[in-house]
Write a protein that binds this ligand. Structure first.
Ligand SMILES: *[C@@H]1O[C@H](CO)[C@@H](O)[C@H](O)[C@H]1NC(C)=O
Ligand SMILES: *[C@@H]1O[C@H](CO)[C@@H](O)[C@H](O)[C@H]1NC(C)=O
Ligand SMILES: *[C@@H]1O[C@H](CO)[C@@H](O)[C@H](O)[C@H]1NC(C)=O
Length: 440
């Protein structure tokens, strides 16, 4: 029996989440120097739009509803040519993409900013004073003694695809960038000290944003954790030796923070790994070789070309910190879903983006989903597989197909499937590691 629309809408609003409690739950600094707290942008500890407990579910749903725009954006990144401008939606206050923020200080003396982490971008950028269309918290370059803009003749300017230099004289490096599928901004490439407690990175190159259009640009900027030359990992050089990891907190315990660890210190010793694949057309993305998916004991029959890595088309699988629900290309998702439905008892219904929901009393019959990578199997914990309504009565397979309106060839492993796992990015050895960890 399909749920009536009104009931479905109600459940959608109530989906998830038991409210976690703690006395002093918001860690803005870590007792362990090797860790940086990671806050969910709409969690209780976030400085942004503190949500009421009862609206959190709604927030999760709204965030997941932004996934198709994220997928469209990621697909535009994987196209062999450089991304062109995308249509700009009006309205600055729409919900932002980008789910986890880290607290940094920029400039001298340091100005506090909460920047979104994005593993699929290289550059960092922050809204700067005088910006048109930015939120109220901006970075003021004129009060930092270490700030300078970079000239358009610098190599870094080529790396951000800066606008052309004037024929004579000097000029700051200006660049325009699209973001999130519906937004863009223009910025001046600059450098200043970036303080990621306890480390200071002098002369960190970032874009000082002058103007924004659209609603997806993170309000206090973005810190790119991609693989390309402008990313945090590249700019920090030997300080972190090309190593970082993060552990995303459970969606159910949104008072709490996860953590990011930069460099070798404190990284797990025993961790299963899979090679990272390099796409020369899109050096910032973290591709892995997903070779198969099992549902319960059944290896889902999938044509190998549906999962194969192809640098020319951008096809393959990436791991991403900015997508909420894992998305597979349509035939892959259909294969997983059909096998999952086969093994679930009772009637299947749908709820919002989720098309495989069932009475939660049948939870015990829900099969585990295992992602097979080269050299590593990841059996997803149930928490990373199912999403529950707040009443607990309905559970849904928390994955979906890529949007059909893009020529989608990309599978994206997203936040919900990464909860309570430490994801290690080891660039010198070109591998990605995953280990179970309680992050919050
Ligand atoms: C810095 O710039 C902002 C915005 O342009 C201005 O309001 C402020 O007075 C300036 N501060 C100094 C110290 O120049
Ligand atoms: C860059 O962005 C600015 C501000 O949105 C706009 O005026 C300008 O035309 C853009 N330039 C290019 C080359 O796209
Ligand atoms: C991915 O794994 C498949 C199956 O083991 C293998 O045939 C293929 O060569 C791998 N692709 C890459 C790019 O490593």
């Amino acid at each position: 029996m399909a749920l009536p629309t009104a009931a479905a809408a109600f459940l959608l609003l109530c989906l998830l989440i038991s409210t976690a409690q703690a006395d002093s739950p918001c860690p803005f600094t870590s007792s362990d120097n090797s860790e940086l707290p990671l806050l969910h942008i709409y969690g209780k500890c976030s400085p942004f739009h503190p949500p009421k407990a009862e609206s959190w579910t709604d927030t999760v749903i709204q965030m997941a509803a932004k996934d198709p725009a994220r997928l469209t954006y990621l697909s535009s990144l994987v196209a062999a040519k450089k991304p062109t401008s995308v249509p700009i939606a009006s309205g600055q206050q729409a919900l932002n993409i980008g789910n986890y923020v880290v607290r940094v200080k920029l400039g001298t003396p340091g100005q506090l900013m909460y920047m979104v982490l994005d593993t699929s971008n290289d550059e960092a950028w922050v809204p700067c004073s005088g910006c048109t269309g930015c939120s109220s918290t901006v970075f003021s370059p004129n009060v930092s003694s270490t700030y300078a803009s970079l000239d358009c003749s610098m190599t870094e300017c080529g790396q951000v695809r800066g606008l052309s230099c004037p024929a004579t004289g000097t000029s700051p490096c200006l660049f325009n960038q699209s973001y999130g599928g519906d937004s863009s901004f223009s910025a001046t490439l600059s450098h200043d000290s970036l303080n990621l407690a306890p480390d200071v990175l002098p002369n960190y190159a970032f874009g000082c944003i002058n103007a924004i259009s659209g609603g997806s640009v993170p309000p206090q900027g973005l810190l790119g954790l991609g693989r390309g030359p402008m990313s945090l990992i590249s700019q920090s050089g030997s300080l972190y030796n090309g190593l970082f990891s993060y552990c995303l907190p459970s969606f159910k315990s949104y008072y709490f923070s996860g953590s990011m660890k930069l460099g070798q210190v404190g990284q797990p010793k025993n961790i299963k790994t899979t090679p990272l694949l390099r796409n020369p057309h899109r050096p910032s993305l973290y591709y892995v070789n997903l070779t198969g998916i099992s549902v319960g004991r059944v290896l889902v029959p999938l044509a190998p070309e549906l999962l194969a890595f192809d640098p020319n088309t951008g096809a393959g699988t990436i791991i991403d910190s900015g997508t909420v629900i894992t998305r597979f290309v349509q035939p892959v998702y259909t294969g997983i879903r059909d096998e999952f439905r086969k093994q679930i008892e009772g009637t299947i219904s749908s709820l919002g983006a989720f098309d495989t929901c069932f009475t939660a009393t049948n939870d015990a019959s829900a099969p585990a989903v295992t992602l097979h990578f080269t050299g590593m199997d990841l059996k997803l914990p149930m928490e990373n597989t199912l999403i529950h309504s707040s009443s607990g009565s309905v559970a849904c397979l928390a994955m979906a197909a890529a949007p059909s309106n893009v020529n989608s060839v990309l599978n994206v492993i997203a936040n919900l499937q990464q909860q309570n796992l430490r994801i290690l990015f080891d660039l010198p050895n070109s591998r990605l590691g995953i280990a179970r960890e309680l992050c919050n």
